[in-house]
Every structure is written in structure tokens, then in C-alpha cells.
Design a protein around this ligand. Structure first.
Ligand SMILES: Nc1ncnc2c1ncn2[C@@H]1O[C@H](COP(=O)(O)OP(=O)(O)OP(=O)(O)O)[C@@H](O)[C@H]1O
Ligand SMILES: [Mg+2]
Length: 247
């Protein structure tokens, strides 16, 4: 489904991705763990096609999106959606308008169906009745859920979550984790969840990878991951604060 091959990306003199390889099968919920600044968001932007690599390829359904020009790229990533690390709601649009934005922008379906899909997406994330609120009226957890509604409303087949639970209290974080699982099931999707929240990683993931110094060090089942006899993994697991970051 998703194949990242020998991916390199630098910004000026800073090398971020250094020959990163990763294969994700259809239907997987792939967690990517890694310390802050290791290039997790950069990797997601590459998989979404927002940025081009210096070298290497990203294949989505066997299509090498790293080589595509704008129009072909838009077509190839039509089924890919991302929950951005900062939420990225439009502050001057209501929750309903935010949720409907992509459907209206791309004229995906008639207005009546848009309204039904918006209602359904907001219901799914537990935000029914908030259509007329502004993002500024929402709590942090509600903003994340509104951003989730905006993501699922167009039913993508590949979902990219960048730190979906960071900054939320443990109970709200667990609600978001449950939503990720529910969405995965309902959309029959493939998901990538980038996080340094270990609880979240083990709750939602069926595969866990460690991004370390620009490469994927391990990619195993979660059961195997916890048993990896490597100080880099164990230090990471032992020093991680649930729903937080790294001490
Ligand atoms: N557009 C850019 N221009 C310059 N440097 C960048 C750019 N994007 C990312 N970087 C740098 O690349 C490195 C990796 O950034 P990235 O945002 O991927 O980290 P991350 O692993 O997602 O960290 P966090 O867990 O804190 O979100 C950082 O040093 C960052 O400053
Ligand atoms: Mg990040």
C-alpha cells in the first residue's frame, strides 16, 4: 500500500531523513515513534506529497508520487488525508464550514449530501450540534475532534495522524485513540500514527516503528517491539511519559 524507499531530505545543512525505508501493508495501523525533531512530520509530508525528497521514492498503491507533477499528484493523493500536528482549522470558519471545506472546495457531492456527511462526521467524533461554533470556542480536545471530522468527512483510504493526542488529558487522549480505531474499521483504511505517546502507540498500533536519526530502526508487531533488546528502544520506552513526550 505505502512503500518508502531510501528517502533523503535535508534543509540547508541539516540532514533530516537519511535513507529511510518503510513498508506499510493495506489495513495496517502503523505507529511511528521517535524523539522530537527526528523527522516524523517531515516523513508524513513526504508521504502526503506536500514536499519532494532530495532522493528516494514514496509509492502509494505502486505509484511513485515523488516523481509526479501537480495535477497527477493531486489525483494520486486524493484518497490520502492528514490530521496535522497543529490541528490547522480555519479560525474564521465555523466548525460546520471547516468540516465541509474539502467537499465544497472540490465539489465532491451536492450541497444536501455535504450537509448529511458533515452531520455524520461530527456525530462520529462526538461533536453533534457544534456546526455553528467557531474554532476559538472549542477546547483543545474538541479542536482535535473537529479536525478529525474534517479529515474523515471525505472518507480517505489512507489516514496520516501527526501527534493526535499530544497536549490532551489522558481521558480525552483515550477517546481520540478509540476514534482512530473506529475510523480505521469503518473506512477500512490504512493509517499511520506518528506519536511519542507510548500509551497511544500500544493502544492503536498493530505495527510499531522507531524513527531514529533519519532512518527507521525497527518495525515490528507491538508485542515484539516491547521486547527489543536495544538500549535505544528501551530508553525510549522507559523514559516516555504517558500522553506526553520524552523526559
Ligand atoms: N521546512 C523546513 N525548513 C527547515 N527545517 C525544517 C523544515 N521542516 C522541518 N525542519 C527541521 O527538520 C527537523 C525534523 O522536523 P520534524 O518537524 O519532522 O520533527 P518531528 O520528528 O515531527 O518532531 P516533533 O515530535 O517535535 O513534532 C527539525 O530539526 C526541523 O527544524
Ligand atoms: Mg512533528
Amino acid at each position: 500500500m505505502i512503500e518508502v524507499e531510501d528517502l533523503w531530505k535535508s534543509y540547508g545543512k541539516k540532514e533530516v531523513l537519511k535513507g529511510l525505508n518503510l513498508k506499510i501493508a493495506s489495513g495496517d495501523t502503523q505507529v511511528i515513534l521517535g524523539r522530537s525533531g527526528e523527522g516524523k512530520s517531515v516523513l508524513l509530508r513526504q508521504i502526503m506529497g506536500i514536499e519532494k525528497p532530495d532522493k528516494g521514492s514514496v509509492f502509494l498503491d505502486r505509484v511513485n508520487i515523488s516523481q509526479l507533477k501537480a495535477a497527477a499528484l493531486l489525483k494520486a493523493i486524493r484518497e490520502v488525508g492528514m490530521l496535522f500536528q497543529a490541528g490547522a482549522l480555519f479560525d474564521s470558519l465555523t466548525v460546520g464550514e471547516n468540516t465541509a471545506f474539502y467537499l465544497r472546495q472540490h465539489r465532491i457531492c451536492p450541497e444536501l449530501e455535504i450537509q448529511e456527511r458533515v452531520y455524520e462526521a461530527l456525530r462520529m467524533v462526538g461533536l453533534e450540534g457544534t456546526e455553528l461554533l467557531m474554532p476559538g470556542d472549542l477546547s483543545g480536545g474538541m479542536r482535535k475532534r473537529a479536525a478529525l471530522a474534517r479529515l474523515i468527512v471525505y472518507r480517505p483510504k489512507v489516514l496520516l495522524y501527526d501527534e493526535p493526542t499530544t497536549g490532551l488529558d489522558p481521558i480525552t487522549a483515550m477517546q481520540i485513540n478509540d476514534l482512530i480505531l473506529q475510523i480505521q474499521k469503518e473506512l477500512d483504511a490504512t493509517s499511520i500514527v506518528v506519536t511519542h505517546d507510548i500509551c497511544s502507540a500500544f493502544h492503536v498500533g498493530n505495527k510499531i516503528a522507531l524513527n531514529h536519526q533519519g532512518r527507521i530502526l525497527y518495525n515490528t508487531s507491538k508485542e515484539e517491539f516491547a521486547r527489543i533488546d536495544d538500549p535505544t528502544v528501551q530508553t525510549f520506552l522507559n523514559n516516555a511519559i504517558p500522553n506526553g513526550g520524552i523526559r
